[in-house]
Design a protein around this ligand. Structure first.
Ligand code: DC
Length: 224
C-alpha cells in the first residue's frame, strides 16, 4: 500500500502542535483533525454521566456508543458530542485532569483510532495531531513531525492559553498538570507518546508558530 496523504504531528502538551497543525492545514487546504479533542469529548461525557473513571469496561462501552464529530466552521474547529457542541467545555481543567484515565484504556483507544483513520482516509489530505499519530494511527503517513519544547516553555504556553480563555489558575497548577500528563502519556502501554522512528523532531522552544509552520512546509516541499 502507498503512503497516505497525511501529515502526522505528535508531541507533548504545550509543544505547539495544535496551533501549528491548524495553520498548516489551512495553508495546504487539508482537513485538520485534533485527536486530543476526541479523548477530551469522551472524558466530558463520562463526567456528565457520572461514570467511574476506574471502571474500564464502562468507559469502553461509553466510547462505543458516543458520537464525536469535528467540524470546520468558518476556519475554526468545533467539536460535537452526540450532536451537541462542546468545543469550550472540553478545555476545562476538570476534563484535562481526568482525560488520562480514558486515554490509557486499550479498548477506548481502539475505537478512537478507528474513527481517526476513517476521518483521515476520507479526505484528500489531512493534518492529524496527537500523541500516537505517526506510530499507531497512520504509521504510513507521508510526513511525520514530532514537536517538543522545554518543560518551562510548554507549561507557560498552556498557562497563557488558559488565562486568555478566562480560567482562574496558577502557573504552579498548570506545571503540575503538564508534569502529570507527560508521565501518563509516556508510560501507558498502548499508544504512548513516542517519536516515530521516521519522524523529524522540531524543538519549538525558541521558535515562533510561523517559523515552525514555514519549516514544516519547506521539509514537505523538499520531499516532493
Ligand atoms: O492534545 P490535548 O492536550 O488536547 O490531549 C488531551 C489528552 O488526550 C492528552 O493528555 C493525552 C490524550 N491523547 C492521547 O492519548 N492520544 C492522542 N492521539 C491525543 C491525545
Amino acid at each position: 500500500m502507498g503512503k497516505v496523504n497525511v501529515i502526522a504531528i505528535d508531541g507533548p502538551a504545550g509543544s505547539g502542535k495544535s496551533t501549528v497543525a491548524k495553520r498548516l492545514a489551512k495553508r495546504l487546504g487539508f482537513l485538520y483533525i485534533d485527536t486530543g479533542a476526541m479523548y477530551r469529548a469522551l472524558t466530558l461525557k463520562a463526567i456528565n454521566e457520572g461514570v467511574d473513571f476506574m471502571d474500564e469496561k464502562a468507559l469502553i462501552e461509553l466510547s462505543r456508543k458516543t458520537d464525536i464529530e469535528l467540524k470546520d466552521e468558518g476556519g475554526s474547529l468545533r467539536v460535537y458530542l452526540d450532536k451537541k457542541e462542546v468545543s469550550e467545555p472540553i478545555r476545562t481543567m476538570q476534563v484535562t485532569g481526568k482525560v488520562k484515565y480514558v486515554a490509557s484504556i486499550g479498548g477506548v483507544r481502539e475505537n478512537m483510532v478507528k474513527l481517526q483513520r476513517s476521518l483521515g482516509a476520507c479526505s484528500s489530505g489531512a493534518v492529524l495531531e496527537g500523541r500516537d499519530i505517526g506510530t499507531v494511527v497512520f504509521p504510513d503517513a507521508l510526513h511525520k513531525f514530532y514537536l517538543d519544547a522545554s518543560f518551562k516553555t510548554r507549561a507557560k504556553r498552556r498557562f497563557d492559553e488558559l488565562k486568555e480563555k478566562g480560567f482562574s489558575i496558577t502557573l504552579e497548577e498548570v506545571e503540575k498538570d503538564v508534569r502529570d500528563r507527560d508521565a501518563s502519556d509516556k508510560k501507558r502501554s498502548i499508544g504512548p507518546l513516542k517519536k516515530a522512528e521516521d519522524a523529524r523532531v522540531i524543538d519549538t522552544t525558541d521558535m515562533t508558530v510561523d517559523e515552525v509552520v514555514e519549516y514544516i512546509l519547506k521539509k514537505i516541499n523538499e520531499k516532493k
